[in-house]
Design a protein around this ligand. Structure first.
Ligand code: AMP
Length: 329
């Protein structure tokens, strides 16, 4: 069975874009792959969160992913900092990573632009830690977005370099996991192309119904169509795309026909859309609150995850130590 690995950054809450674009696919992966999902708390230290924020974010992310259906019995769900094999292997990999190639990565250059007052060494070696995350379980497949392609290329480079340098065949070259047609882009409510945390246009699974209603009713629209069957401008198309994701087909067709006949009332459409989004998110919200309050369950999940992740990681690390020449006296 092939091994798949995905890191989850502990920043903010899950929005419906995250759900349809990523989490829904993870739920499927755990059925057919030896899958690892980890919360990347070492990575998040590069931005210096306060200790309280760090812990709260890890807990939120954990509770929200579990509520969405990540199953600790099927997948290995763990917190990166619970696996001490990771920092050791990261140290060893750093010896074979060159400053020049690290400085040239676009993610690093972007960070230098975004946080010029905090260009720490962790940012520079971020691709080394990411390669470690993947290679420590010898994962073959990594579901990543376009922005992470170059870091995945680095992971392949480090895998090949290690194998070549020590004459071993320890690491497979990890490939980007392609979801093909299932890939969806959930639009924002502000007329922009994409729903996102930083865009400030997101509907979160944890949002209260009232908040969702407000957000949807505020969505950007126009003065309405003037010609039958005219093409929809982006903000209107976005509302319809959202509706196609959360509402049933009859509802979508009803409003689509109204639009095509120039009879649409955006207020009615938004009310319906808000109701359908709430019907979709409310069960998640209730589950998230229930799981987040169940300290014993969270403890059990991360303990079991750490055990399984360490078993796999320590096997690889033993081989790595042997390859580089560490011997017992
Ligand atoms: P982020 O919240 O940007 O860290 O993204 C986490 C995951 O959710 C990534 O796999 C993204 O590709 C996915 N994602 C984020 N926003 C959207 C969106 N609006 N539509 C579809 N997928 C998304």
């Amino acid at each position: 069975m092939e091994t798949v690995l995905s890191g989850i950054r502990p920043t903010g809450h899950l929005h419906i874009g995250n759900y349809f674009g990523a989490v829904k696919n993870f739920i499927k992966l755990q059925e057919n792959y030896n899958s690892y999902f980890f919360i990347a708390d070492f990575h998040s230290l590069t931005t210096h969160p306060t200790p309280k924020d760090l812990h709260d974010n890890v807990k939120n992310v954990l509770a929200e992913y579990l509520a969405c259906g990540l199953d600790p019995e099927k997948a290995t769900i763990y917190i990166q900092s619970d696996v001490p094999e990771i920092p050791e292997m990261y140290l060893l990999f750093n010896m074979n990573a060159y400053i020049g190639e690290l400085e040239r990565t676009t993610t690093f250059k972007e960070k230098v632009r975004k946080q010029p007052d905090n260009v720490n060494a962790g940012l520079l070696t971020y691709p080394v830690l990411m390669a470690t995350d993947i290679l420590i379980h010898r994962a073959q497949k990594v579901p990543v977005g376009k922005d992470q392609e170059q870091n995945l290329e680095m992971a392949r480079k480090f895998a090949k370099r290690f194998n070549h340098m020590y004459g071993v065949d320890l690491f497979p070259e990890p490939q980007a996991f392609n979801f093909g047609e299932q890939l969806v882009k959930v639009p924002g409510l502000d007329g922009s192309g994409k729903m996102g945390k930083s865009e400030g246009n997101a509907i979160y699974l944890i949002d209260e119904p009232k908040v969702i209603e407000k957000k949807v009713m505020r969505a950007v629209t126009d003065s309405g169509p003037t010609q039958k069957n005219q093409e929809k401008p982006e903000p209107i198309q976005n509302l319809f795309t959202l509706m196609s994701i959360v509402s049933d087909k009859e509802t979508y067709d009803f409003f689509n026909e109204k639009y095509n006949n120039c009879e649409i009332r955006y207020g009615d459409m938004k009310k319906q859309l808000a109701n359908d989004i709430i019907a979709f998110t409310l069960p998640f919200r209730e589950k998230i609150l229930e799981i987040a309050a169940d300290h014993d369950y969270l403890h059990k999940v991360v303990t079991m995850g750490a055990e399984k992740a360490r078993a796999s990681a320590s096997k690889t690390l033993q081989e790595v130590r042997k390859a580089v020449g560490f011997r017992k006296f």
